[in-house]
Design a binder for this molecule. Structure first.
Ligand code: UDP
Ligand code: MG
Length: 338
C-alpha cells in the first residue's frame, strides 16, 4: 500500500499555466464557424496560453472538415475524432483524458454556454475555487415540458443520490487539473458526467448565468435519450431504488398476509363458496406488477454491472489533428494572471 507521501509527488501534474477548453460536438458543422469566432474573441482577452480540445463524436456532416480547415489565431487547436458516435458523455471523457494544462473549462459547441463567461470563471479559480459550477438561471429555447421535467428530475436525483449533484448545473464547469486527474482515474463505463464531475468534491464555487438559445442546428437529445440518461444518472449514483424494491416487497408481503388472515376468518365464520374472483384478480395483477417492476430495477443494475465487467473502452479515437495558434505570445508561467 502506498503512503500519502508516496502518492502526492508522482501524481501531481506540474503547473504549466495553461487553460484547456474541452468541447464535445456531434453534427455541428453549421455552428463551428460561429463557435471559433467567439472563442477567438474571448481567448484574445485571456492572458493564459489556451488550447481548445474539440472532440468530434463521430459526426456524419462536415464538422471534422470544418475543424481541420481552420487555422486558429489565439489558441492551439487539438482536435480528436472518434470512430463513431459514442454519445456526449464518452466524447467529453475522451476530451478530459487529452487535457494537458492547469485548468479546464467544458463548453457545449452550440454556444448555449457562453464562452464570454470564461474570464469570470478563471477569476473564481484564481481566488481559490477548484471547481466552478455554472448554474442555469434560465433555460432559453427549451420547452415548458423540458423545463418542468428537468426540475422534477433534479429534485428526484437530489433525494436519491448519495453524492450531492447540484441542480441546474450541466457540464459547463471549470475544473482544476487536480480534479480532472481524479476524474480521469475513475474508469467508469456507465458515464453520467453531471455526477462524475461532481463526485470528487474539492472547493466549489457557483456562478449563475442565463443559458442562451442555440444559435444554429438543433438539439441532439430526444426525450427518449434524456429518459435513458436520467435512468443512467440514478443507477450510477444511487442504490436506493434497490432498497425501494425490497421495501415494496416487504409491504406487499405484509399486506397479503393480513388479507389472507381476513379471508380465512371470513370463510371460517360465514362460509364463502366461490365468490372472490375480482378481488383475486386484483391481488394477482398487483403482485405481478410489483414483481415485474422489481425485476426491472434489478435488471437496470445487472445490465450496468455487465457493461462494467466487459470492460470495453468508452470510445475509440480515429484521428487526431493539431494546429498551433498563428501567434501565441502568451504567459505560461503565471496561472493567476488572467
Ligand atoms: N453532443 C455530442 N454527442 C452526442 C450528442 C451531443 O458530442 O451524441 C454534443 C453537441 O454537439 C453539443 C453538446 O453535446 O456540443 C450538447 O448537445 P445539445 O446541444 O444537443 O444538448 P442540449 O443543449 O439540447 O441539452
Ligand atoms: Mg445545446
Amino acid at each position: 500500500m502506498r503512503t500519502i507521501e508516496a502518492i502526492q509527488p508522482q501524481d501531481c501534474t506540474p503547473s504549466n499555466g495553461k487553460l484547456s477548453i474541452v468541447i464535445p460536438l456531434f453534427n455541428e458543422a453549421e455552428m463551428i464557424p460561429h463557435l471559433f469566432l467567439r472563442l477567438e474573441k474571448i481567448t484574445q482577452l485571456i492572458e493564459l496560453k489556451t488550447e481548445v480540445i474539440l472532440v468530434d463524436d463521430g459526426s456524419n456532416d462536415n464538422s471534422w472538415l470544418e475543424i481541420c480547415n481552420y487555422s486558429p489565431a489565439n489558441f492551439d487547436l487539438n482536435a480528436i475524432t472518434l470512430s463513431r458516435n459514442f454519445g456526449k458523455e464518452a466524447a467529453l471523457s475522451s476530451g478530459l483524458q487529452a487535457v494537458n494544462s492547469d485548468v479546464v473549462i467544458i463548453l457545449d459547441a452550440d454556444c448555449q454556454d457562453p464562452p464570454e463567461l470564461i474570464p469570470q470563471m478563471l477569476q473564481a479559480w484564481s481566488n481559490g475555487a477548484e471547481v466552478v459550477n455554472m448554474k442555469r438561471r434560465s433555460r432559453q429555447g427549451e420547452t415548458w415540458l423540458k423545463r418542468k421535467t428537468a426540475r422534477l428530475y433534479y429534485r428526484l436525483l437530489g433525494v436519491l443520490s448519495e453524492t450531492p449533484i447540484p441542480e441546474n448545473v450541466g457540464d459547463f464547469r471549470l475544473l482544476s487539473r487536480r480534479v480532472v486527474d481524479e476524474i480521469n482515474r475513475m474508469g467508469e463505463r456507465n458515464l453520467y458526467m453531471k455526477g462524475i464531475l461532481s463526485w470528487p468534491g474539492f472547493h466549489q464555487n457557483t456562478i449563475g448565468y442565463e443559458r442562451e438559445a442555440r444559435v444554429a442546428g438543433s438539439t441532439k437529445w430526444s426525450y427518449w435519450r434524456l429518459v435513458l440518461l436520467a435512468i443512467s444518472g440514478i443507477t450510477a449514483f444511487s442504490n436506493k431504488p434497490l432498497r425501494l424494491a425490497s421495501w415494496m416487497g416487504a409491504i406487499v408481503a405484509m399486506s397479503s398476509f393480513a388479507y389472507a388472515m381476513w379471508v380465512m376468518l371470513r370463510t371460517l365464520i360465514f362460509g364463502d363458496p366461490v365468490s372472490g374472483y375480482p378481488s383475486m384478480m386484483i391481488v394477482i395483477l398487483f403482485i405481478g406488477g410489483i414483481q415485474l417492476i422489481t425485476i426491472g430495477i434489478l435488471g437496470e443494475y445487472v445490465g450496468r454491472i455487465f457493461t462494467e465487467v466487459k470492460g470495453r473502452p468508452n470510445y475509440i479515437i480515429r484521428e487526431i489533428h493539431t494546429k498551433p495558434a498563428k501567434a501565441q505570445t502568451k504567459n505560461q508561467q503565471h496561472p493567476a494572471s488572467i
